[in-house]
Write a protein that binds this ligand. Structure first.
Ligand code: ARG
Length: 471
C-alpha cells in the first residue's frame, strides 16, 4: 500500500510507507508555512535544473518546454495569491512540484530527476540570501549618503566629545557622523565578502553523494548567476556556514545601529537636548501629554537582541551535526528570514530618519564649554612651550581645580589667574587654545576632528560610495 496523507493524497515519498503520517507529526515536520517565502528562488532553481537536464539529454526539449511552462504557471498562481499551500505537501518544494504535476501531468514528475530536496533547499536559501544581501547593501549605502551630507553640513559644528560619557574634548558633529560612517563601511565590506561564499552552487549534490545522471553543474551555476560551485556534495547539502556568517555580520551591523540609537536617545533627551528627531519618527505617551519618545532608535536598539539570538540559534543548530543533510537544517529559515527583515527595516528607518535630524548647534556649543573640554589643549600648549607633558598635566589639573571652585571655565579665567600655575610658560596667546574653535581646528591631521579634515573625509567617503556603485 502506498502511504496517503491526511487529505487522502499520495505523498511524493510515500512508496515505502505502510501507514499514514500521524496528523500532528505532519504539522510538526512541515515547513511550508514559512518556507513558501522561497517560492521564487525554488522555481528559479527548478528552471535552471530543467534546462540543464534538457541540455545533457536527460529530458527531451519537448518535456523541458512543458515543465518550464508549467513552472511559470505555478509562479503566476502563487504571485496572484491563488495558490493553495498544503501542509500535507510539507514544504515549498513539494507543494510546487505536486502542483506542477497537477497542471502538466506525468511529465512534471520528471523534474526531480538527478536532484534532491537537499540540494534544492540549499540552492533556494543561497539565492534568497544573495538577493537580500544586495538589498541590505543598498540600504547601507543610502544611510551612508545621508551621514555624509550631515557631516558636510555640520563639519564646523562643535559638540563635546565624550569618554566615559563625560565631556572630554570638543569635536565636530560632522566628525561624529563620520565615525558612524566608518562603522557602516566595515559592515558593507563584511557583507560583500560574505556574499562571495553565499554565491556558490550546491545544485547537483543531490541528496548527498551526487547523482548517476550526466549533470552539468557549471551550467546550472551559470544560469543561476553563481560565481562558483560547492565542490563537495556532502558539504554542499549540509553546511549552513554562509547563513551563520551572514547573521554574524548582521549582528555586528545591528550592534553598530544600537550604538547610534543609544546616542540619539541620549541626545534627544531634555537633559542633553543636542538634537531634535522629526515628529514623524517619534510617538507620544497616552498618559503624559508632554512626551515625545524616540521610538525608532529605541526599537532598533532593542531589535539587536533578536539578531544576536538568531546568530546563537544558527550556530547551535549547526553544532555537532554529522554529515550530510539533517532535518535540523529546516530550522535555519526562520532565524535567517527574521534577521534579514530586522536588518532591512532598521536600516530603512535610519536612512529615512537621519537626514531629517535637527542639530541644535548652540546647545552643543554651550555643553562643550562646560566640562573643561580644552584642558588637554592647555596641556599641549605648555608642552610646546617646553614643559614636559606630565608636569603640564599637573599644572592644568591645578588650574581646573581652581576654576571648579570659581564655577567657571578655563577660558573665563584671567591671564593673571592662569599664570598662578605657571608664570614661566603661560602668556596671553593661551586664550587662542582655550577656545573650542581653536581646539578643534588644531586637530588638523588625517582622521582628526578639524572641520577641514571632516570635509576632506566627506570627499573620500563620496569617492568610496562612487567606487562601489561603479562595480
Ligand atoms: N524542508 C526541508 C528543509 O527545509 C527541505 C529538505 C528536506 N529534505 C529531506 N530529506 N527531508 O531543510
Amino acid at each position: 500500500m502506498t502511504e496517503k496523507n491526511n487529505t487522502g493524497e499520495q505523498k511524493l515519498w510515500g512508496g515505502r510507507f505502510t501507514e499514514s503520517t500521524d496528523a500532528f507529526v505532519e504539522e510538526f515536520t512541515a515547513s511550508v508555512s514559512f518556507d513558501q517565502r522561497l517560492y521564487r528562488q525554488d522555481i528559479q532553481g527548478s528552471v535552471a535544473h530543467c534546462r540543464m537536464l534538457a541540455k545533457v539529454g536527460v529530458l527531451t526539449d519537448a518535456e523541458s518546454d512543458q515543465i518550464l511552462e508549467g513552472l511559470s504557471t505555478v509562479e503566476k498562481e502563487i504571485a496572484a495569491g491563488e495558490f493553495e499551500w498544503s501542509v500535507s505537501r510539507e514544504d515549498v518544494h513539494m507543494n510546487i512540484e505536486a502542483r506542477l504535476t497537477d497542471i502538466i501531468g506525468t511529465v512534471g514528475k520528471k523534474l526531480h530527476t538527478g536532484r534532491s530536496r537537499n540540494d534544492q533547499v540549499a540552492t533556494d536559501i543561497r539565492l534568497f540570501l544573495r538577493a537580500e544581501i544586495d538589498r541590505i547593501l543598498s540600504e547601507i549605502d543610502r544611510l551612508q549618503q545621508g551621514l555624509l551630507s550631515l557631516a558636510e553640513r555640520e563639519a564646523g559644528t562643535i559638540m563635546p566629545g565624550f569618554t566615559h560619557l563625560q565631556a572630554a574634548q570638543p569635536v565636530t558633529f560632522g566628525h561624529h557622523m563620520l565615525a558612524w560612517f566608518e562603522m557602516l563601511s566595515r559592515d558593507h565590506e563584511r557583507l560583500v565578502d560574505c556574499r562571495k561564499r553565499v554565491n556558490r552552487n550546491p545544485l547537483g549534490a543531490a541528496a548527498l553523494a551526487g547523482t548517476t545522471f550526466p549533470i552539468d553543474r557549471a551550467y546550472t551555476a551559470e544560469l543561476l548567476g553563481f560565481e562558483g560551485i560547492c565542490e563537495n556534495s556532502l558539504d554542499a547539502v549540509s553546511d549552513r556556514d554562509f547563513a551563520i556568517e551572514f547573521t554574524a555580520a548582521a549582528s555586528l551591523l545591528m550592534t553598530h545601529l544600537s550604538r547610534f540609537s543609544e546616542e540619539l536617545v541620549l541626545w534627544s533627551s531634555s537633559q542633553f537636548n543636542f538634537i531634535d528627531l522629526p515628529d514623524r519618527f517619534c510617538t507620544g505617551s497616552s498618559i503624559m501629554p508632554q512626551k515625545k519618545n524616540p521610538d525608532v532608535p529605541e526599537l532598533v536598539r532593542g531589535k539587536v537582541g533578536r539578531v544576536n539570538g538568531h546568530l546563537i540559534s544558527l550556530l547551535t543548530l549547526m553544532k555537532s551535526q554529522p554529515l550530510a543533510y539533517n532535518k535540523d537544517n529546516q530550522e535555519d529559515k526562520e532565524p535567517l528570514f527574521d534577521t534579514v527583515d530586522t536588518v532591512l527595516n532598521s536600516l530603512r528607518a535610519y536612512a529615512d530618519m537621519m537626514p531629517a535630524v535637527e542639530v541644535k548647534e548652540s546647545v552643543m556649543h554651550e555643553a562643550a564649554l562646560r566640562g573643561f573640554s580644552t584642558a588637554t589643549d592647555l596641556a599641549d600648549y605648555l608642552v610646546k612651550k617646553g614643559l614636559p607633558f606630565r608636569d603640564a598635566h599637573e599644572v592644568v589639573g591645578q588650574a581646573v581645580s581652581y576654576a571648579l571652585n570659581k564655577n567657571c571655565d578655563l577660558s573665563e579665567l584671567s591671564l593673571k589667574e592662569l599664570q598662578q600655575f605657571s608664570e614661566q610658560y603661560i602668556s596671553d596667546n593661551v586664550f587662542d587654545v582655550l577656545t573650542l574653535e581653536g581646539s578643534v581646528q588644531a586637530r588638523d591631521h588625517l582622521g582628526g576632528t578639524a572641520p577641514k579634515q571632516v570635509l576632506a573625509a566627506v570627499q573620500r567617503g563620496r569617492q568610496l560610495l562612487q567606487a562601489r556603485s561603479g562595480k
